[in-house]
Design a protein around this ligand. Structure first.
Ligand code: ATP
Ligand SMILES: Nc1ccn([C@H]2C[C@H](O)[C@@H](COP(=O)(O)O)O2)c(=O)n1
Length: 228
């Protein structure tokens, strides 16, 4: 970089559902003045478009044929992340149970992954000061040259308890089963499955508070920047 400006830092945070990727990534990005990208929201957004347009989710070739049609735009301010599809704000509808239960099928289609991966790389390349990108395949496939790769884990029980706390009154057992089912689908798909990159730092968050996880990741980024 010219004038001694710091090189943009690219941080990849992957892991199964409910391990704290979004909460951690947003807080780390805000604390370090970086951009933030929620790649799960992009897969949810394309799933929302497929469902809204009556595409048969059980037909990968039907999904593949229209994967290039929706225009998905992600706002990367960690204090106010946004997501639109063809100009419509979909931040709320992409979090419904209807979309959550169908997103693994849509995101397993190679044409969908190619489209969204290209979008993710262009967002990361445009981040002036650097970016925290969270998802399932960021360290392995989307940004294999990331400066720092983190893989968050937590026991299914801890993840289910966290999610049930969010969805007030939700049954912890049913939530646990749904998480395990989605993780199995995301880990077993052929194209860029959920996986830990060989050079990722694994952080088990089961016994850690969110604040402890944030501090741990901030320290790892600062050490990277200092060349340690
Ligand atoms: N270490 C932690 N201790 C307790 N609660 C946590 C911890 N980390 C995250 N949480 C809570 O768990 C819930 C899930 O966290 P979050 O949405 O960040 O997970 P995620 O990995 O991004 O999940 P998904 O992949 O399903 O989007 C949130 O309510 C969050 O506040
Ligand atoms: N890099 C990514 C991010 C997400 N997905 C898929 C698989 C998830 O079940 C789904 C929703 O993600 P979440 O909002 O729960 O983080 O999107 C993926 O395949 N690759």
């Amino acid at each position: 970089m010219e004038n001694g400006a710091a090189k943009p830092v690219i941080v990849a945070i992957d892991g199964p559902s409910g391990t704290g990727k979004s909460s951690t990534s947003k807080a780390v990005a805000a604390q370090l003045g970086l951009s933030y990208l929620d790649t799960g929201a992009q897969y949810r957004a394309i799933t929302w478009w497929m469902v809204t347009n009556g595409i048969d989710i059980d037909d990968p070739s039907a999904i593949a044929a229209v994967a290039g049609k929706p225009e998905i735009v992600s706002g990367t301010d960690p204090a106010h992340p946004t997501i639109t599809v063809d100009g419509t704000d979909v931040a709320a509808p992409i979090r419904t149970q209807e979309i959550t239960s169908q997103v693994s099928a849509v995101s397993a289609v190679p044409e969908v992954r190619a489209r969204i991966t290209e979008l993710q790389r262009s967002v990361a390349a445009a981040a002036e000061y650097g970016i925290v990108v969270e998802g399932r395949d960021i360290g392995t496939t989307v940004l294999p040259d990331a400066d720092l790769k983190i893989f968050l884990t937590a026991s299914p029980e801890a993840r289910a308890a966290r999610r049930s706390g969010e969805l007030k009154g939700a049954d912890v057992h049913a939530t646990r089963e749904a998480l395990i089912k989605r993780d199995a689908a995301d880990s077993s798909r052929k194209t860029s499955p959920l996986a830990k990159a060989d050079d990722a730092v694994e952080v088990d968050t089961t016994e850690l508070t969110l604040q402890q996880v944030i501090e741990c990741v901030v320290t790892l980024v600062e050490e990277k920047r200092a060349g340690k």
